[in-house]
Design a protein around this ligand. Structure first.
Ligand code: ADP
Ligand code: FBP
Ligand code: MG
Length: 371
């Protein structure tokens, strides 16, 4: 596909993540300074592309946004153009309204589009590319669950927030001789729980990839008690589930492609532990604190590199690709391989080996207890 690029569109889609503004800033500055392009922001994810809500982006518009959380363009986890809700009579039906996107892109004379998003937004980006729109992707999510990149931006900040929470929970757990359960986000992947658990010195880490047996967690806490360790720290991923059991669903969000919102497993685990050990247990659900606030230095740099890398892809005509991190290098992969797929913690991950060697209970021993 060869297109003479003069005007670049950019949007942020899906759940927000710290570093979105840093990507926007890098895209705008690189496009204007390096390639003399103009940049148009589409507001609120694909919603702005569908409803023609835009904002002209100049260098002035990105002043001061590098350390700011959220996204100045707004975002949504609805508004899928291929599965868009419309009311017909008394019924709600889902239709393909992607034609509107092509119309709006043409109205604004946008030659190429940078989509900053997670698996869902990148699945839409891939579909639009296959239908002829020149698109490149940038991998975002605090969950770090995207295929084909070693890391998404936003993850490091969420991990830092969760680690700080564990440090704080440690001091109060120790004072009250309690079990402290911290529930963290991550959807169907355990990256935040596992890495925060390692960084924050957790005694138990439960992740979706390893269905747990509660007896093992109880055994670990009782064993600590016998060793004179009167408190325990348990990190639970929102997607964790017992062996032969189900994930706990907090709510269902209508019109969302994946309407399931996980949450509540922390409470379940805490009640079981309290009952079985006779010790007091308290639960902290970290929730959207993990998505907010200023990005870490790591995320600011990664987001900046992704932003400049995405504009470079556009100028090289490498549409249908996504920037990614491989080792220490920024490179790219086809969107086709990424969108709509989830990267879970591999069962042979070195992170899991380290956790086991330290005696952290993962609740998945085939037989016997955690020791
Ligand atoms: N597998 C999928 N295929 C196509 N569209 C999807 C898919 N998953 C989610 N979407 C749509 O992508 C958009 C963003 O998805 P969401 O999961 O909320 O954010 P993210 O981009 O962070 O994954 C929503 O409009 C959602 O309906
Ligand atoms: O904002 P909502 O609808 O409460 O969604 C919560 C979900 O979004 C996340 O925070 C981020 O997920 P995405 O990056 O896929 O949007 C998940 O960890 C969490 O399960
Ligand atoms: Mg998603």
């Amino acid at each position: 596909m060869t297109v003479k690029i003069k005007r670049l569109g950019v949007l942020t889609g899906g759940g927000d993540a710290p570093g979105l503004n840093a990507v926007i800033r890098a895209v705008v500055k690189t496009a204007i300074r390096e390639y003399d392009l103009s940049v148009l922001g589409f507001l609120n994810g694909f919603g702005g592309l569908i409803k023609n809500q835009t904002r002209e982006m100049t260098e002035q518009d990105v002043v001061g946004i590098l350390p700011r959380g959220g996204t100045i363009l707004g975002t949504t986890n609805r508004d899928n153009p291929f599965h868009y809700p419309v009311v017909k009579g008394k019924e709600k039906v889902y239709v393909d309204i992607s034609d509107r996107i092509f119309e709006n892109v043409s109205i604004h004379q946008v030659d190429a589009l940078v989509v900053i998003g997670g698996d869902g937004s990148l699945a839409i980006a891939k579909e639009l590319y296959e239908r002829g729109l020149p698109v490149v992707g940038v991998p975002k999510t605090i969950d770090n669950d995207l295929m084909d990149t070693d890391q998404t931006f936003g993850f490091d900040t969420a991990l830092t927030t969760a680690t700080e929470a564990l440090d704080k929970l440690h001091t109060t757990a120790e004072s009250h001789h309690r079990i402290m359960v911290l529930e963290v986000m991550g959807r169907y992947a355990g990256w935040i729980a596992l890495e925060a658990g390692l960084a924050g010195g957790a005694d138990v880490i439960l992740i979706p990839e390893l269905p747990y047996r509660i007896e093992q967690v109880i055994g670990k806490i009782n064993q600590r008690e016998q060793q004179g360790k009167k408190f325990s720290i348990v990190v639970v991923a929102e997607g964790a589930k017992p062996l032969n059991g189900e994930q706990v669903v907090q709510k269902r969000v209508e019109d969302s492609f994946d309407p399931v919102r996980l949450g509540g497993i922390g409470q379940v685990v805490a009640r079981q532990l309290e009952e079985a050990t006779g010790k007091e247990a308290r639960v902290t659900v970290l929730g959207h604190l993990q998505r907010g606030g200023s990005p870490t230095a790591f995320d600011r740099i990664l987001a900046t590199r992704y932003g400049t890398g995405a504009v470079k892809l556009v100028m090289e005509g490498r549409f249908g690709e996504m920037v990614c991190l491989h080792g220490t290098e920024i490179t790219s992969v086809p969107l086709a391989e990424t969108g709509g797929r989830t990267r879970q913690v591999p069962l042979d991950s070195d992170l899991l080996h380290s956790a086991r060697k330290l005696g952290i209970c993962l609740g998945d021993n085939k037989e016997g207890e955690c020791k």
